[in-house]
Every structure is written in C-alpha cells, then in structure tokens.
Design a protein around this ligand. Structure first.
Ligand SMILES: NC(=O)c1ccc[n+]([C@@H]2O[C@H](COP(=O)([O-])OP(=O)(O)OC[C@H]3O[C@@H](n4cnc5c(N)ncnc54)[C@H](O)[C@@H]3O)[C@@H](O)[C@H]2O)c1
Length: 360
C-alpha cells in the first residue's frame, strides 16, 4: 500500500472526525498529544455535538453530512466514531476520496460491508484500520509474546467472556438492532474476541453455532445499577449471546457476552489451553509443566496500557504511524473482517435456532 513517497514530510496529517459523540471525545483527547495531527473538521447529525467540537475542541469546520465535508475540506484521513450501522458508508466514501480511515469497533454490521471497505481501501491505496484497542492492552501483549514464543504449542480451546450484570448502555442507540446490528455480542463480545483471535494467530473461522436471549433489556429497569433508565421501549437486541466457533486449524473459541443477567459480577476475560501451555488474561498468568512440576507464572510487570486513554493513544498512534511511516497496522481491515465473520456466524446460527452455520 505504501508507494514510498514521503507525502507528509514537513506537514500535518489533516484528520476529520465523523461522529462526534461519546467515544470521539476519547479519540480527541488522545490526538491532543499528537503534534503531527491536526483535527480539521467534525461531522455529526446532532448540532449539540458540533457545538462541542467548536467550543471545546476549537474545530471550526463542522458538517452534518460527511460527503459535503469530504468535498470541501479534503482531509488526508478520517476517524469514524458513528453507530455501527454508519461505519461502512462513510469509510467507503472517504477511501474513495483518497482518505486513510480508522473506524471504531465493530468494523461494520456485516462481513459484506467489511469486504467492500477493504476492497475500496486497497483500490485507492489508503490505510484502513479498525479500533480494536484491546490487542494493545498490556495483558494481551504479554500473552501474545508467550504465544509467539511457542509457549502454548498448538492452541486448542479459548474461552472468552464479556459479561455485565447490569450494563445496558443508557446513551446512544446500543439497543437498536437496525443501527447496531446486535447487542452485547457485537458491542462488547467483539473486544474479547478480537484480542483472543489476535493471540491465536488469526486462524480462519469455518463454522459457528450461537444462541441469543432477551429477557431484561426490553423491560424498565427495576434495580439500582450504574447505567439505569436505558431506552427499553426501543430495545430490539439480545441481552445474552453465547457462541461457539470452529477454526480451520481445529481450534475452538467459546464466547459468552451479556449486557444484563443474574451473575455474581462482571467478567472481562479469556483463557486458553494449548498442547504445551495455557494462560489467563486477567489476572495475567501462563500455565506450563516445567522440570516435572506444574508451574503457574505471573509477570512482575506487563506494562501500563490498561486503561482507555493509554490504549486509545496506542491504537491511534499505530494508525497514524502506518500512514506517515508505513509501519504495519496491528488491526488492519482484514482483522476486522475475520472478527465480523465470527459475530455474524453467531447471529446467523441463533436465527437458525442454534444450528451450526458455515463461515465462508
Ligand atoms: N473502542 C471502544 O472501546 C468503544 C467504546 C464506545 C463506543 N465505541 C464505538 O464507537 C461508535 C460510537 O459509539 P459512541 O458511544 O460514541 O456513541 P454516541 O451515540 O455517543 O456517538 C455516536 C455519534 O454519531 C452521530 N451520528 C449518528 N449518525 C450519524 C450520521 N449519519 N452522520 C454523522 N454522525 C452521526 C451521533 O449523533 C452521535 O453523536 C460505535 O460503533 C461503538 O461501538 C467503541
């Protein structure tokens, strides 16, 4: 993709934000520490968000239509932070306009959308990255180093959990299937899947089974919780999704993802078992046999990339360096597509009553 020409030598990378809501604020905070980046425009359909762009972030060029913005501002790159149903269209338009793209997770609503985004980026020779920050998390990097060093042997089984006892987002459109594509599986399960799949070496998924349930989200909240009063009247997604993925190399990934349910506490974790060793993500640990003894190893230090500001800074740095220096993307469009195929397989199987479906 890199044609070798130093396009940005001596000038700033002109980035436009498309979607200026909640998570865009975390992006803007991270970009404050990027001297080589200038935020040149903001796009949102909500005028209050555009006002914040102007008043808080000093971004004077604001638009309600990304097509108009692309034409008038001609940014070098766009950062897409809109709801899931509004990821692929601006990404494709921006790539067609010659802009590099980073898109928040999940990459889009369907594998077909992801495929089109990848093809357009390739055709236009622009970088396409997906906002999978958990692969930059220090625990993930610790496990990835162990995997790459062969400490697990062949990975056979990965058990993933993204569970909230009562954590239905009470902002945005997270409960609306037509705008988000689904509930906890596509919104939070995606994070644990993306880091586990990365650690596994990105094997090709070939089949999935899945089941989903809705039992609390479509009713008014009846208990005290951290995010009360979600919009239960428009709630059309699942509360709980369970999926089982088979990969080409024989490995299995199990995923449980929940916005609301009756569990002791929230869980955000994966553990894996391989022919030579296993591990746990949180707390980070590696399990192996050594000199006739079963050993549990815990790192004394893994790094400080454990909270949103640091992880987001690293993920945006990876994208910006990919554009400016040609360094490899850690979460390219292809990684987003593979994860989307997993999510899609779970949902397709659930629609088919839990029967196994093929992933192409
Ligand atoms: N990486 C993470 O950890 C993380 C965390 C939260 C959200 N996200 C992702 O970021 C995206 C946005 O989530 P959020 O929490 O910021 O939601 P949000 O509702 O706070 O923000 C979305 C913004 O997009 C705007 N928008 C909607 N349609 C638009 C359109 N057609 N054109 C321009 N703007 C439009 C909305 O008005 C809103 O301001 C989602 O895809 C979500 O999955 C990622």
């Amino acid at each position: 993709m890199d044609d070798g020409k130093p396009k940005f030598a001596g000038k700033k990378l002109r980035v436009a934000l498309i979607g200026c809501g909640g998570i865009a604020q975390t992006h803007l905070n991270a970009f404050k520490d990027f001297p080589e980046v200038e935020i040149v425009a903001g796009v949102d359909i909500n005028p209050a968000r555009l006002k914040t762009m102007q008043e808080k972030w000093g971004v004077q060029k604001v638009y309600s239509d990304w097509k108009k913005m692309l034409k008038e501002v001609q940014p070098d790159a766009v950062d897409i932070c809109t709801p899931n149903g509004v990821h692929s269209a601006p990404a494709i338009d921006a790539a067609n306009a010659g802009c590099h793209v980073i898109v928040e997770k999940p990459m889009a609503m369907t594998p077909a959308e992801c495929q089109k985004m990848i093809e357009t980026a390739k055709k236009k020779n622009v970088k396409l990255s997906v906002g999978f920050q958990y692969r930059y998390h220090s625990n993930t990097q610790f496990i990835k180093r162990a995997a790459d060093a062969g400490q697990f042997g062949d990975i056979m089984f990965v058990d993933c959990k993204a569970l909230r006892r009562r954590g239905i987002p009470n902002w945005g459109v997270f409960g609306q299937k037509k705008l988000q594509g689904g509930g906890p599986m596509i919104d939070i399960g995606v994070h644990v899947i993306e880091m586990a799949h990365y650690v596994m070496g990105s094997p090709r998924p070939v089949a999935a089974t899945g089941n989903v349930w809705t039992h609390l989200g479509n009713k008014a909240s009846s208990v005290v919780s951290q995010w009360p009063n979600w919009d239960y009247k428009t709630y059309t997604v699942e509360d709980l999704a369970v999926g089982h993925i088979r990969f080409e190399n024989g490995a299995i990934l199990h995923i449980e993802s929940m916005f609301a349910g009756h569990i002791e506490k929230d869980v955000w974790n994966f553990n894996l078992t391989g022919t030579k060793g296993g591990c746990n993500w949180d707390p980070p640990a590696v399990f192996r046999d050594d000199a006739g003894t079963m050993i549990n190893s815990t790192p004394s230090y893994v790094g400080n990339a454990k909270d949103f500001p640091i992880m987001f800074s690293i993920k945006l740095r990876n994208w910006v360096d990919g554009i400016l220096k040609g360094t490899p993307l850690t979460a390219p469009g292809e990684a987003g597509l593979a994860v989307q195929k997993i999510l899609d397989g779970v949902y397709r199987s659930a629609e088919a009553g839990g029967k196994e479906v093929t992933i192409k």
